[in-house]
Design a binder for this molecule. Structure first.
Ligand SMILES: [Cu+2]
Length: 315
């Protein structure tokens, strides 16, 4: 009977590994398309850890199945030896994982530094796309410096830094009167050759813990009550264009085919920290415009839509 169970376990494990291999070739089953400047480095770390864990998973499962097969059949009268432990073996299986953990922690420093060290964050100037993101149950509120504010920056080089200071005011969402607002949609433009278009996000939460997660950028950052946490990224692809049919900017635009509605060009924003009953509904999208000019057209459009909803625009 034990041989039957050894075979069952063996087959299940082989099928699991086969599914794993197949998943890499089925669209939508593996990691989503990667579009950020630091995403490749994050993926390399992911694959490195994946290979290490795969090796030890296969090794331990093979040992398990082999031992069930070989020794599962207790002979009548056979007395199992009572083993207290094996010092040498225990030392080995402590030192080997510890060594691997130290190795991983050293190998990840460069990537972590690039993504999370404040010294590598874009310094606010006119080329940097600053955005305030305020998480709340259960949506993302987004705020951009408006077109007038950006014109003021052209005259005043301190302007972007002052906008950052207002953005970093904790607790309240506190900014310029002519900022442009949106919900569940982060707009930015593809970084150009001169490096303009790096995005600096000031991340806050109005209530509980949330987590700002952009899977296509391999970027995740918790939003913590009472704190304003900077997050940066730069995107090297784009997915958003003006759609004549719907008279607005739409994502899912594949610029290679010129078609809207391509799944690979819809880039999600998700909350990755369980934050209450409608946590799963806390979703948004990342809209990356072709260039700054197109982004600015959208910003104007968004500001007009916003002003049309304000009482002052009624006259
Ligand atoms: Cu949330």
């Amino acid at each position: 009977m034990h041989k039957f169970w050894a075979a069952v376990f063996g087959v299940i494990i082989v099928l699991c590994i086969a599914l794993f291999v197949v998943a890499a070739f089925v669209p939508g089953w593996w990691l989503p398309k990667q579009v950020s400047t630091f995403g490749d480095a994050a993926d390399r770390l992911f694959y490195m850890i994946l290979w290490i864990t795969t090796f030890f998973f296969v090794l331990t499962e093979a040992l398990l199945v082999y031992n069930i097969w070989k020794f599962g059949d207790a002979k009548p009268g056979y007395k199992a030896p009572y083993v207290h432990g094996n010092h040498k073996l225990e030392v080995i299986w402590t030192i080997v994982p510890a060594g691997i953990l130290v190795l991983i922690s050293v190998l990840q420093i460069g990537t972590w530094e690039e993504i999370k060290y404040t010294k590598n964050f874009p310094r606010p100037d006119i080329s940097v796309n600053q955005i305030v993101v305020v998480a709340r149950q259960w949506e993302w509120r987004i705020r951009y410096p408006g077109p007038e504010e950006q014109k003021r920056w052209e005259r005043d080089p301190k302007g972007p830094e002052n906008w950052r200071k207002l953005a970093e005011f904790p607790f309240e969402d506190f900014g310029q009167y002519d900022d442009v607002h949106d919900v569940n949609a982060v707009h930015a433009w593809m970084m150009d050759e001169r490096g303009a278009g790096r995005v600096l996000i000031h991340l806050k939460t109005r209530d509980v813990l949330h987590s700002f997660f952009l899977p296509h950028l391999r970027l995740k950052q918790d939003a913590v009550p009472g704190k304003v946490i900077p997050v940066w990224f730069a995107v090297n692809d784009w997915n958003t264009a003006y759609d004549e049919k719907s008279k607005t900017w739409v994502d899912g635009f594949n610029h290679n085919t010129g078609q809207f509605g391509d799944r690979n060009f819809i880039w999600d924003l998700a909350c990755a920290e369980f934050c209450g009953s409608r946590h799963s509904m806390m979703k948004g999208r990342l809209y990356i415009h072709k260039d700054r000019a197109d982004f600015n057209k959208w910003l104007d459009f968004q500001q007009k839509a916003q002003n049309a909803r304000m009482p002052a625009a009624a006259e």
